[in-house]
Design a protein around this ligand. Structure first.
Ligand code: DGJ
Length: 715
């Protein structure tokens, strides 16, 4: 008998161990903290008595279908001869150090009956304990095969209990968490929306093992599918109470044909694992994301004034130029012109028409975009622009001229989402058009400094005239849409590497680590009510670092003070969306000083570590703390969340985290409203030890509903 092969997918602290069985199937045998003695791994499989009997095989590393498997498969293929069965045998594997800290393992599997082969890729970012997994399927048969299911990853976990935290929402209510204990059977999370794919659920989840994890305790896995389209996660608790996780693009209406010699790369699943709670897991994920994934993740960002809520569609060039003065008064870096600046035959004065016709509206902006850029620059601010190039209003010249570029069933009634339709990005001509929208604006206006890229519609009537013409299956559309989008974004990035870009989808309707390879930041939600934003920020912060979370001060909830709104927005990538002139002198002064403060501590937020100190669900006040890498400086944001039962003040201190216990710190209050005096004694000195064991009371109350503290080391 051939000896079984052991494969170690190892990060700094954790390991995933795979092993072949006597049938050459590759099985998961361990996931968790490394064993002290590496020779012990070879002894694991022996401890399990379910080895060998087919109906007991649940832990296969990439489960095929149609042969021995009776569980949810990761792979379903219809072979050239129509046969729907697949078996996968281990052939070989290779481990490569791709760069310092990044190790990649590639495992080859093959069907003994057909020439189709599967490659499993595991890339591990050692220090951050982040795993990236995907699969490549290669058609070696004589003729076309049909991929019916093609998961990115098929994982297996042993534990007493599993708690899944999923997120749901819709426009303006993004990232609402629900946690449940998984029970036998399959829990599925998915999206079938096509373009604004995360409208109801992001491709993101948290899994706690044994018991619900806390910020500092518990085994926890945070995951994100790096794919800006339909996704599906299957969580199957098998009959041994173990968890099979199958994650990837949604196979719904997405059978993919591979011609002879072609291969298919699945989306990548990103996950981070920690046995020390959610806080550590997200700090590691943030570090990974900034260093390896987010576009210019370790770079700079621009503060801005946006005009969406300030004007909606109702503006002209004089009004905009006046608004520039507001940006100047605030001291932000850039003015961002939103929707409504384009289209002439069907002017974009509402969301009913004009989308797709990217010529400057002559009535509103007779002097063109170049004039606005120049005027802004004259005032010492940069200028940026909103586009939504993937979409079209039926009332537009684009739709009239190119109905075949639109995703629509030619003989059926059209259905609209926000009065618009989605362009068919599987079509290379449409890709050229979408790239051209960006390219024209940025070539004609070389000083254009920023782009907000929106995407408001989901896909109805999924049908592509292009795929029809090319004699390709219609079921390629959902996948090819995303591939087409990424091709466009790659071209944008190749030609415009320096332009910061905001990913927007009517708010957070399309956010994932696939898209963030091209974008520097994303619009969290159109809902900017500060209390709602505290909750959203709490949830998003598990997966994304502060540098990408765009947060604007608006009038969405005027019942909150400008200070509260600004303090909340100062936790993300700060911007404003208000008419500055409408603020009182004191409010303007406050905002200006807040922008200066933000500029002084943004490095701590953007590059430091986040500690979620006190959650807004269980306490009347919430607290977030950012700590610089060298622990010399920290910014703590605290907000009163509720007035219920008259517990509307901070009774107890909140324990700080991440400081140096042996250092001495002084605490100072920032973002004070003009003419108010802080209740914080700025002369007191505290040891890091004290602040982390006893804590500090930010003195939250009805008169001090939000408090920003700077904690600075004396040395
Ligand atoms: C949806 C975005 O989320 C808003 O911020 C704004 O840009 C509008 N679209 C414009 O139509």
């Amino acid at each position: 008998m051939t000896p079984q092969t052991l494969i170690f997918i190892e990060s700094q602290d954790y390991t995933m161990v795979l092993q072949t069985d006597w049938n050459k199937r590759l099985r998961h045998i361990y996931f968790g903290e490394k064993l002290v003695q590496s020779s012990d791994y070879a002894l694991i499989a022996k401890q399990f008595r379910y080895n060998g009997v087919n109906e007991d095989v649940f832990n296969v590393a990439y489960t095929p279908s149609g042969t021995w498997n009776i569980a949810e498969p990761a792979l379903q293929i219809q072979h050239t001869d129509g046969n729907p069965s697949t078996e996968l045998h281990y052939v070989q594997h290779k481990v490569q150090q791709l760069q310092e800290n990044v190790l990649q393992t590639v495992i080859d599997l093959v069907d003994p009956l057909y020439e189709t082969s599967v490659r499993l890729f595991f890339k591990v970012y050692q220090k951050e304990n982040v795993f990236e997994q995907w699969t490549n399927i290669q058609n070696g048969e004589k003729g076309a095969i049909l991929l019916k299911k093609y998961a990115s990853a098929n994982l297996y976990f042993r534990s007493h209990d599993f708690y899944l935290t999923q997120y749901h929402g819709t426009w303006a209510t993004e990232m609402q968490p629900v946690t449940q204990r998984l029970t036998k059977g399959i829990k599925m999370l998915d999206s079938k929306l096509g373009a604004r794919a995360n409208l109801y659920a992001p491709p993101t989840f948290m899994l706690s093992f044994d018991e619900k994890s806390t910020e500092e305790t518990g085994k926890v896995l945070l995951a994100n599918l790096a794919w800006s389209g339909n996704f599906r996660f299957d969580f199957e608790v098998d009959r041994y109470d173990n968890l099979r996780l199958i994650a990837g693009a949604n196979p719904y209406n997405s059978e993919y044909q591979l011609k002879e010699g072609e291969s298919f790369e699945t989306p990548h699943l990103i996950f981070v694992y920690s046995e020390n709670g959610k806080g550590e897991a997200s700090r590691n994920l943030h570090q990974w994301a900034r260093k390896y994934r987010i576009y210019d993740g370790e770079g700079e960002r621009l503060t801005l004034l946006n005009n969406w809520e300030a004007t909606y569609f109702d503006f002209d060039e004089n009004k905009l130029v006046q608004l520039f003065d507001g940006a100047k008064k605030l001291g932000v870096d850039l003015f961002l012109l939103d929707d409504g600046w384009f289209a002439n035959k069907y002017p974009r004065n509402s969301d009913f028409m004009g989308l797709g016709d990217w010529q400057t509206n002559r009535k509103k902006l007779p002097s063109g975009l170049g004039y606005l850029v120049k005027e802004a620059n004259k005032k010492g601010i940069e200028f940026g622009i909103w586009i939504e190039p993937e979409m079209v209003n039926p009332k537009s010249e684009l739709y009239e001229n190119h109905p075949d570029w639109v995703i629509r069933q030619p003989d059926r009634r059209e259905y609209y989402y926000r009065n618009q339709l989605v362009l068919d990005l599987s079509n290379p001509e449409v890709q050229d058009h979408v790239f051209g929208v960006f390219d024209t604006i940025f070539t004609e206006n070389p000083k254009m400094a920023y782009c907000k890229w929106d995407c408001n519609s989901i896909v109805y009537n999924s049908y592509s005239a292009y795929l029809e013409k090319e004699n390709l299956p219609q079921t390629h559309l959902y996948v090819d849409y995303v591939k087409g989008l990424y091709k466009v974004l790659q071209r944008v990035r190749a030609k415009y590497p320096k332009v910061p870009m905001m990913l927007c989808s009517g708010g957070g309707g399309r956010v994932d680590y696939g898209a963030l390879q091209y974008f520097t930041e994303f619009w969290v939600s159109d809902n900017t009510a500060p209390i709602d934003r505290v909750f959203m920020h709490w949830e998003y912060s598990h997966f994304y670092p502060a540098i990408v979370l765009c947060a604007h001060v608006t009038n969405w909830d005027k019942s909150a003070s400008i200070k509260y709104r600004t303090d909340v927005a100062s936790m993300g990538k700060l911007g404003f969306d208000i008419v500055v002139e409408e603020l009182s002198d004191k409010e303007q002064q406050f905002c200006r000083e807040a922008v200066q403060n933000y500029d002084s501590f943004k490095d701590v937020l953007w590059k430091g570590d986040l500690y979620r100190l006190q959650n807004p669900y269980d306490y009347p006040f919430a607290s977030f703390q950012f700590v610089s890498v060298d622990k010399s400086r920290s910014i703590v944001f605290s907000y009163l969340i509720t007035n219920r039962f008259e517990i509307n003040y901070s009774i107890e201190p909140v324990r700080f985290k991440g400081l140096d216990a042996s250092q001495k710190y002084r605490i100072r209050e920032l973002n004070l409203f003009p003419n108010t005096i802080s209740s914080i004694d700025e002369s007191a000195v505290y040891s890091g030890d004290y602040l982390m064991k006893i804590g500090f009371n930010p003195d939250i109350g009805l008169e001090r509903k939000s408090v920003v503290l700077e904690v600075k080391s004396l040395s």
